[in-house]
Design a protein around this ligand. Structure first.
Ligand code: FEO
Length: 405
């Protein structure tokens, strides 16, 4: 896609990755984009680069506006590979460019590139760079989502270039939120925001709240948010800020996600009466089989539900491997504001349900115990117990959810 002017003399010069389906383990069924921005001012400034595989695409986009050697400044908002791995290629073309980066960012790129000949300038929150008619103001956002992360605010354009924050993994010819809503839907866009937040930003809710509060306290007017992935928010930038604040404050649906795996279908059979009990209590429910669902999809369903029941058979006295994998992902995302429980089947010695409760408790999640178990094959009595367990859990979820209303 060619360069696109997003504000007077400010261009999107990124690349669309239509094919990526595995983004470091995060399944991206719609692909993604690597956005970066070229400010055509007295001092030509590039904000971020693209993933190395797309370096030539990005350079071609820049070249339609200006000869890359004329780039005077490069702002590095974030050093993860998808945004910085083309930096050395840009530096080959513009070796005299001054790089603006946080201290932690510099420590990071030293591990990737030989920066001994590069003109590196360290910046922190409040520092400014005048490029001509535009002024760039830097806002550090450490651990959102890497230690080096920062955002760049272009004052006169009221434009916040927000790196990963407010992004979405979508490959689309639409460059703006309103364009995407017109060619796809509002719901699809918001689902993409939720998916991205759940899988990348879930651990950082408190930081997100304080950072948004800090930005609001700075009193900077924002009429466009340009993230490093997906569409640019020009139609309703306030909506994505509101969504982030809601998610950081623990807002989610009154719903239960039953996330399970199964060996010989016994645990799977148990999901049906549990689901029915939840449904009969007036609470929405989704049933997700792990080996039939990408991990990031299961995480999103967890995130989208106030309650989660995790089901596993016992295998060799342990939890089932795919369930353990899910729990490892979940633990890393440091979930909060959810109530959980466990169920499962076993042959001669249980173990999985106990293991699950230990894990859920160690994540400091609210638990509803002791769960429900069935030996070998769920009997009619077991099925009744599952149904009652579903009903009781739904009541607990409703009660827990009311704290967030
Ligand atoms: Fe899109 Fe943290 O990289």
């Amino acid at each position: 896609m060619k360069a696109i002017e997003i504000k007077p003399d400010i261009y999107w010069v990124g690349a669309i990755d239509w094919a990526v389906r595995d983004f470091h383990g995060y399944v991206t069924p719609s692909g993604t984009s690597y956005n970066n921005y070229l400010i055509m001012d007295d001092d030509i400034t590039l904000v971020d680069t693209v993933k190395y595989d797309f370096a030539e695409v990005g350079i071609k986009n820049i070249s339609t506006i200006v000869e890359p050697s004329k780039i005077k400044n490069i702002v590095v908002n974030h050093i993860e590979n998808d945004h910085v791995s083309a930096l050395d290629r840009i530096m080959e073309l513009a070796p005299d460019a001054a790089i603006y980066i946080t201290e932690r960012g510099k420590k990071g790129i030293e591990r990737f590139f030989d920066i001994s000949k590069w003109n590196i300038n360290l910046v922190k929150t409040g520092d400014e760079l005048k490029t001509g008619k535009y002024t760039l103001s830097f806002i550090e956002t450490p651990m959102l989502h890497w230690p080096d992360s920062m955002m760049t605010y272009v004052k006169e354009a009221k434009l916040l270039i927000s790196q990963d924050a407010f992004g979405q993994h979508i490959a689309t010819t639409a460059r703006f939120d309103d364009e995407f809503i017109e060619c796809a839907s509002h719901a699809e866009l918001e689902e993409s925001v939720i998916d991205y937040y759940a899988n990348i930003l879930m651990p950082f809710g408190n930081l997100i709240k304080s950072k948004i509060a800090q930005i609001q306290k700075m009193g900077i007017p924002i009429d466009m948010i340009a993230p490093d992935h997906g569409v640019i928010w020009r139609g309703e930038p306030e909506r994505v800020l509101e969504m982030y604040l809601d998610m950081a404050n623990g807002k989610t649906n009154l719903r239960v996600a039953i996330i399970y795996d199964t060996m010989w279908h016994s645990t799977e059979i148990m999901t049906q009466p549990i689901m029915q009990g939840i449904k009969d209590s007036g609470v929405d429910c989704k049933v997700i089989k792990l080996r039939a669902t990408p991990m990031s999809g299961a995480i999103k369903e967890f995130w989208n539900s106030r309650g989660c029941l995790i089901g596993s058979p016992t295998l060799n006295n342990e939890v089932f491997p795919s369930v353990a994998e899910f729990m490892t992902h979940l633990r890393g995302l440091r979930p909060k504001d959810r109530i959980t429980g466990a169920f499962g089947s076993y042959g001669w010695g249980g173990g999985a349900v106990k293991w699950l409760y230990n894990e859920l408790s160690s994540m400091k999640l609210e638990t509803f115990e002791p769960g429900v178990q069935a030996q070998y094959r769920p009997s009619p009595d077991d099925m009744d117990k599952c149904y009652e367990f579903g009903k009781e859990f739904a009541a607990k979820v409703r009660e827990y959810h009311s704290k967030y209303e």
